[in-house]
Ligand binder design. Structure first.
Ligand code: FE2
Ligand code: FE2
Length: 201
């Protein structure tokens, strides 16, 4: 990877077929099937909730574009892109693909829309103040047809009926999962959950 590749102007945006082909080139078949599922779920949620479907689909295609890069590559790219990991992020390498993926979306896929980039950047954790597009991509990642975990069908149902309730259930599930594993919990997820609870109280 040459530095020059990342130094120039943003490339022109890709057409949908080119985008899918390029994502397929960068991930395993299993991951690609997941991404296709997220694209489908994001399109459905976008239509249901009146969010721009083209943006939801674009973010869904790109959300895991950096997911299978080795950790040392992710670190090198983060450094090259000027991404600063705080102490929390530095200890959560499974999240690195999100900010790095957002920068790849911008620099290599020609994505200029800040909402699409934010949806990629925050998709594994959520955050307080998420836009409707961010919320949809966050949920689509969890409810895509290939997902099977306890509660996923309830999450699918909630996602079409009450976005806040779906997000709350998603955060609760994510937080329980992390606690059960004894892992680090990203503070953005706590903030996102608290925001919904405070708004609903
Ligand atoms: Fe991801
Ligand atoms: Fe994903």
């Amino acid at each position: 990877m040459s530095d020059r590749k990342y130094a120039g102007q943003r490339p022109p945006a890709m057409d949908p077929a080119g985008l899918a082909a390029e994502v397929r080139r960068r991930v395993s078949p299993g991951r690609f099937a997941h991404v296709e599922g997220v694209v489908q779920a994001a399109a459905e949620l976008a239509r249901r909730w009146g969010v721009a479907e083209d943006k939801a689909v674009l973010a869904a295609w790109l959300h895991d574009v950096a997911k299978e890069l080795p950790q040392d590559t992710l670190l090198k790219l983060a450094e090259r892109f000027g991404i600063i990991f705080d102490d929390e992020m530095a200890h959560m390498p499974h999240l690195w693909h999100a900010p790095v993926g957002a920068e790849l979306a911008r620099r290599e896929f020609g994505v200029g829309d800040p909402d699409v980039l934010a949806a990629v950047r925050h998709h594994p954790t959520g955050r307080a103040g998420m836009s409707p597009l961010e919320r949809i991509v966050f949920l689509a990642d969890l409810i895509e047809p290939g997902r099977s975990f306890p509660g996923v069908d309830e999450l699918r149902r909630l996602s079409t009926e009450d976005l806040d309730a779906a997000l709350l259930a998603a955060y609760d599930g994510l937080i329980r999962y992390v606690l059960d594993k004894g892992g680090l919990l990203h503070s953005d997820t706590v903030a996102a959950r608290n925001e919904i609870l405070l708004r609903r109280s």
